[in-house]
Design a binder for this molecule. Structure first.
Ligand SMILES: C[S@@+](CC[C@H](N)C(=O)[O-])C[C@H]1O[C@@H](n2cnc3c(N)ncnc32)[C@H](O)[C@@H]1O
Length: 392
C-alpha cells in the first residue's frame, strides 16, 4: 500500500513493499512543528516495520537545517528505542550538504547507514527519470519522427553507421532508427533505470534486435573515445544545468569526421489560436519553471553557439514545428495533456506554487488543447535541430 500526503511545497510517500519513506519537493520549514504531520506519518509508517527501514530524501530539491534536525533526531530516536530496527538514508547531491549532514548520524549509531544515490545527480533528473515521464516521451517521439526521419538523412545519417543515442529515454527513437537506418552498431544510453527497462521490453516485444541499451551518466560515459559516426542527443541538453559538459562527452565519443546531432526546444515559442494569449503566458511560465530547477527549456536556438563553442565545424541548424495539422490532432492534444500533468501539477507543486497560479498555468495547456482540437484552430510546438562535425 502506498500512503501519500501533500503540503504546498513538499510531499511524502510511504511504500510498504520497500519499507521506504520518501520525501519529495522543497523542504524548508521555519519551525520544526511545521513538519509534525510528516513526522507522524513517518512514525506510523515505521510502526509495522522491523529490520531495515529506508528514508529516502533524494528527491528533495531543497532542504534546510530545521528539516535536517527534525528528521535526524527522529531517526536517532527510532534506532535507540527500537532494538529490531535499522535505518538507511538515501540522499543525493542535489541538496549538496545533505549527504555530509546525514553521514554524521552514521557515526552516532551503527544501526544507521547513509548513501548518496548518485554523485552525478542533476537538478532536473528527479523529474525526467521518473517513470511518470515515460508517457510524455512516448507521445512526443510519435509526433517528431515524421519530421526527423528526413532531417536525420539531411544531417548525414546513413545506413551501416556506428550510432549512439545518448539520453535515449524510453528508447523508442532508437527503435525507429534501427528500423529506418539499419546502423551497424546502435548504443542507446540513459541514466533512468525505469526508462531503460521499458526500452528493453519494447524492443523485445517488437522483435527489434541489435540495440545495446546501457545505463550510464551522459556527463561521464564509459564509452571509449572516437567510436561513433553519428551521435544523437534529443531534448536532453536542456535538462542539464551545464549542457556544454554533455556536449564535450558527445564530442569525445564521436569519430573525427563524424557528426553530433541535437534537438532542443524553446518552449516559450509554443503557440496556438484561438486563445493565443493564455497559451503564450503559460509557455513563458514553463520556461521560468524549468529555470527554477536549473534546466533550460529555451536552449533550441542556442544550439548553434553551443556546437561552435564545443569545437564542432560545419554546424548546421534549422527548426520544424509539430502542429495539430500533421496528422491526428488528438496525438498533439495527448502530448499537451502530458505536459500539463508534469509542469502544472508535479513540477509546480514541487516549486511550491499556490492553487490559483497552478489553475491559471493549467488553463494555458487546456487552451492549447482547445486550439489543437478546434476545427479551425492551429497549435504548434517548435523544435530546433542542429548538428556539427568533429574535425578530422
Ligand atoms: C527530456 S528526456 C529525452 C529523452 C529522449 N532523448 C527523447 O527525446 O525522448 C531526457 C532524458 O535524459 C535522461 N538523463 C538525465 N540525466 C542523465 C544523465 N546524467 N545521463 C544520461 N541520461 C540522463 C533522462 O533519464 C531522460 O530519459
Amino acid at each position: 500500500m502506498i500512503a501519500e500526503k501533500m503540503t504546498q511545497a513538499f510531499q511524502w510517500t510511504y511504500n510498504e513493499n520497500d519499507q521506504e519513506f520518501s520525501l519529495h519537493g522543497s523542504l524548508r520549514p521555519q519551525r520544526a512543528d511545521e513538519l509534525s504531520n510528516c513526522i507522524s506519518a513517518l512514525e506510523q509508517s515505521v510502526s509495522n516495520v522491523s529490520g531495515m527501514f529506508y528514508v529516502n530524501v533524494r528527491r528533495l530539491v531543497r532542504m534546510n537545517n530545521v528539516a535536517f534536525h527534525a528528521l535526524g533526531c527522529k531517526i536517532l530516536d527510532l534506532v535507540r528505542t527500537r532494538t529490531d530496527l535499522k535505518v538507511h538514508v538515501t540522499t543525493s547531491s542535489v541538496v549538496g550538504w545533505a549527504t555530509r549532514k546525514f553521514a554524521v548520524l552514521e557515526t552516532m549509531s551503527d544501526k544507521i547507514t547513509v548513501s548518496e544515490y548518485d554523485n552525478e545527480f542533476y537538478p532536473g533528473q528527479s523529474f525526467v527519470e521518473d517513470s511518470a515521464f515515460i508517457h510524455v516521451l512516448r507521445t512526443q517521439t510519435k509526433l517528431t519522427w515524421r519530421h526527423e526521419k528526413d532531417l536525420l538523412a539531411k544531417h548525414g545519417l546513413k545506413p551501416g553507421m556506428q550510432v549512439a543515442d545518448i539520453c535515449c529515454g524510453i528508447g523508442d527513437f532508437a527503435v525507429l532508427l534501427q528500423k529506418e537506418f539499419a546502423p551497424d552498431r546502435l548504443v542507446a544510453l540513459d541514466h533512468s533505470r525505469a526508462s531503460l527497462d521499458y526500452a528493453r521490453r519494447v524492443a523485445s516485444d517488437f522483435g527489434v534486435r541489435g540495440i545495446d541499451y546501457v545505463f550510464g551518466d551522459a556527463a561521464d560515459m564509459l564509452l571509449e573515445d572516437n567510436q561513433f559516426d553519428f551521435v544523437t542527443c534529443r531534448h536532453s541538453l536542456q535538462v542539464f544545468d551545464r549542457p556544454e559538459r554533455i556536449l564535450k562527452e558527445l564530442f569525445r565519443i564521436c569519430k573525427p569526421g563524424g557528426r553530433v546531432y541535437v534537438t532542443n526546444e524553446k518552449n516559450s515559442h509554443c503557440l496556438g489560436e484561438p486563445r493565443g494569449e493564455s497559451i503564450q503566458w503559460t509557455y513563458t511560465e514553463v520556461a521560468k519553471l524549468w529555470h527554477h530547477f536549473d534546466m533550460d527549456i529555451e536552449i533550441g536556438p542556442k544550439s548553434r553557439r553551443l556546437l561552435i563553442e564545443g569545437g564542432f565545424e560545419d554546424v548546421s541548424i534549422g527548426s520544424f514545428m509539430v502542429t495539430n495539422t500533421d496528422g491526428n490532432p488528438q496525438d498533439f492534444a495527448d502530448v499537451i495533456e502530458s505536459w500539463k500533468k508534469l509542469f502544472a501539477d508535479t513540477m509546480a507543486t514541487q516549486r511550491g506554487d499556490d492553487e490559483a497560479f497552478k489553475e491559471k498555468f493549467a488553463k494555458g495547456f487546456d487552451d492549447h488543447i482547445f486550439a489543437a482540437l478546434h476545427p479551425k484552430g492551429y497549435a504548434g510546438w517548435p523544435i530546433w535541430v542542429a548538428s556539427g562535425r568533429k574535425p578530422l
